[in-house]
Write a protein that binds this ligand. Sequence first.
Ligand code: HEC
Length: 140
Amino acid sequence: MTKKIALIAASAASMTLAGWAAHAGDPAAGETQFRQCRACHMITAPDGDVIQRGGRVGPNLYGIIGAQAGAVEGFRYSDELVAAGNDGLVWDRENFIAYVEDPTGFMREFTGDARARSPMNFQMRSGADDMYAYLATFSD
Ligand code: HEC
């Protein structure tokens, strides 16, 4: 009897934890998932410390959360993303998740141009909230 109550209490606690993780995102899971981004992105701190090795097809993602879109110095963006940043696009949670799940769809919606295309030729199928939590650890 006592055992059963303890079990119920334990499962209620783990459900609460799972619910919290689903909402907040799990940075450790995001770190593992970064292998999906590595072909095109690295994470390099301003002091040159390489946190994640990666390609240069896309910009360095250090500090990207909370940053204006299209603004990493030295990276050649699409004109659309630079314009979106100048129009106020910032990588908050909602925008980041929508973008990495469907960059072209996001750009079409944000610009109102049904023929806009994103050069980020990749879609995250799951775990975008975990990726957000991971990348947020490199922002203030
Ligand atoms: C096939 C290459 C490729 C892959 C894989 C890729 N990206 Fe990108 N990403 C790009 C390119 C290219 C851009 C620049 C888009 C533009 O100029 O409009 C970009 C832009 C971004 C931006 C906007 C950056 C800014 O400065 O505004 C974010 C955020 C981003 N990527 C996150 C990710 C994450 C997270 C992953 C992995 C889950 C990922 N990308 C995987 C190529 C890629």
